[in-house]
Design a protein around this ligand. Structure first.
Ligand code: GAP
Length: 512
């Protein structure tokens, strides 16, 4: 898929009420978006799929909903005040600001593209007999580019690991990376920039306190560890799940809802015995990948990316990457965070945060496995994988969102053939019976063909047409989104047919 398709997906999101630019009538607010009437349904369905997979399928995972504002010392303890920084660099000619690491990553991606194009060309030339591994090991151009890439990558990983800002700038200079706007290489030094938004709580006469908009939901879980453990009589191992907004003053805010300044996270912290964390890390990796793959977009769309640079508090970390139209990108992070957060909160709060393990007969600070997924990135991955342009017989074409039925905003479109003869009333009667289980949409405007196209464009898995025969024998024509096949069925069979495919329960059963 290409950037071109990505642009189409972005316009589709707007045209059909999925995602709008925030404050659009005031020319928008950069990297902030609103979800429209279709978008909010899809987003809620994604959240429910995640929530239920955590708290219904796991007896030992419970949920919470903590406040966005928290005591400012929490962010000192978590390391965000001192270390939640991005390295930024300015171009002196365009006066534009960039993330130094992103400039280098983009440069690496360009080299990857060159290599892949070389491989694709050769694959076409040699056809069936093409041995990709051999080609990559022997082709001089591929080898040269691969060596260049590896050298830059090694320097880059080390510079990040050592927080060596001078070296990051030097890599940009050595790689001759130019500003995409001015085209020049007139760069400033690299500086650290803290990503947290802050505001004041209380009036200044009272001595207002500087508070932060949380940059992750996880800390709300850590500081409630004892509350939940004690009131819920939770025994280790157990998890706490939360869905909520997070805020980051991203320097490079781009690629639509991929990188936003206000976004939503679904995070789960799983508390385990020290020493057992890597076993649980492997289990959660597997569980989370199963959750993604169950949506049916194809296993090739996903891969793990193990981190080169481990945060100082982590002893294992991986990303679940999804093939977006602009390449494989992180959708979810899975980290083994050791006892860093709880121990740090013990130290900063002066309160003991430990668990008494009756089997071991001792107290300890639990270790933590974290699974953290962005709702908006998940939304973008679902939209990207579902968007389809199809050529039909007779020269026609259609745009169809092949959304997993359980996530589709509307499950059933109900369409009276004409706006008279009692057909609208019959259609409404069908909706009145089904509306308790499924989100239905009534549509009587335009030809049936146009109405089908509108439902295809928002991913509605089923449409039924109510015609004159319906009044005589209580049957309707049901039309299936993906195959466009139609069949005549009795109205009282509709609930069963629809439930079979759209039920979240059935989806959960494939992973539970
Ligand atoms: N508590 C761990 C944590 O916050 P992270 O890798 O910084 O880890 C987790 O974020 C997930 O949140 C990412 O995998 C991504 O899906 C989402 N995310 C992070 N920053 C984002 C942004 N600016 N816009 C949209 N989603 C974002």
């Amino acid at each position: 898929m290409s950037e071109d398709v990505f642009k189409k997906i972005v316009s589709h999101c707007k045209e059909y009420g999925f995602v709008f630019q925030s404050s659009e009538i005031y020319d928008g607010l950069s990297a902030v978006y609103d979800y429209g009437q279709m978008g909010v349904e899809l987003k809620n369905n994604i959240k429910k799929y995640w929530w239920d997979s955590m708290v219904l399928l796991n007896e030992n995972v419970v949920g919470i909903d903590s406040a966005i504002f928290m005591h400012p010392t929490i962010w000192k303890a978590s390391g965000h005040v001192d270390a939640f920084n991005d390295p930024l660099i300015d171009n002196k000619d365009s006066k534009k600001r960039y993330r130094a690491d992103v400039l280098i990553e983009d440069h690496l991606a360009k080299i990857d593209d060159k290599i892949n194009k070389e491989v694709e060309k050769a694959a076409k030339r040699f056809g069936e007999s093409f041995d990709e591994a051999m080609f990559r090991q022997t082709n001089p151009r591929v080898l040269e580019n691969q060596q260049k890439r590896d050298e830059i990558h090694t320097r880059f990983a080390k510079a990040l690991n050592d927080s060596n800002l001078e070296e990051l700038r030097q890599i940009i200079i050595d790689c001759e990376i130019a500003d995409p706007i001015s085209g020049t290489r007139n760069w400033t030094d690299v500086r650290q920039f803290n990503l947290m938004f802050s505001t004041e709580m209380g009036s200044t006469t009272d001595g207002a306190m500087k508070v932060y908009l949380r940059p992750e939901t996880a800390q709300g879980i850590f500081v409630n560890f004892l509350n939940v453990q004690k009131t819920g009589r939770m025994k280790i191992p157990f998890g706490i799940a939360q869905i909520g907004k997070a805020f980051r003053n991203e320097i490079v805010a781009r690629q639509f809802i991929f990188r936003m300044r206000e976004f939503e996270q679904m995070e789960m912290q799983f508390f385990v015995r020290p020493g057992e964390e890597l076993e649980w890390f492997a289990k959660w990796k597997e569980t989370r990948m199963k959750w993604h793959k169950a949506l049916g977009f194809g296993d090739k769309k996903y891969r793990f990316h193990d981190h080169d640079k481990l945060a100082h508090y982590a002893n294992a970390a991986t990303d679940v990457e999804f093939e977006m139209p602009f390449g494989f990108k992180e959708v979810e992070g899975i980290h083994s965070r050791t006892d860093f957060d709880l121990s740090s909160h013990e130290e900063f709060s002066g309160k003991k945060i430990q668990y008494f393990d009756p089997e071991l007969n001792k107290s300890y600070v639990p270790y933590v496995i974290e699974t953290s997924i962005g709702v908006d990135r998940m939304f973008l991955s679902v939209m990207s994988a579902s968007y389809c342009e199809e050529q039909l017989e007779g020269g026609e074409s259609r745009v169809v969102l092949k959304l997993p039925p359980a996530l589709a905003p509307i499950k059933l479109g109900v369409l009276p053939l004409v706006k008279k003869d009692g057909l609208p009333e019959k259609a409404r009667e069908i909706i009145d019976n089904l509306k308790f289980d499924f989100k239905c949409q009534y549509d009587e405007k335009d030809s049936i063909g146009k109405r089908y196209r509108r439902q295809d464009a928002i991913g509605t898995p089923y449409c039924v047409t109510v015609d004159h025969q319906t009044l005589q024998d209580n049957t309707v024509t049901i039309r299936y989104r993906d195959t466009m096949e139609q069949e005549r069925v009795a109205i009282d069979r509709l609930a069963g047919i629809i439930a079979d495919k759209v039920s979240l329960k059935n989806l959960l059963k494939t992973i539970g």
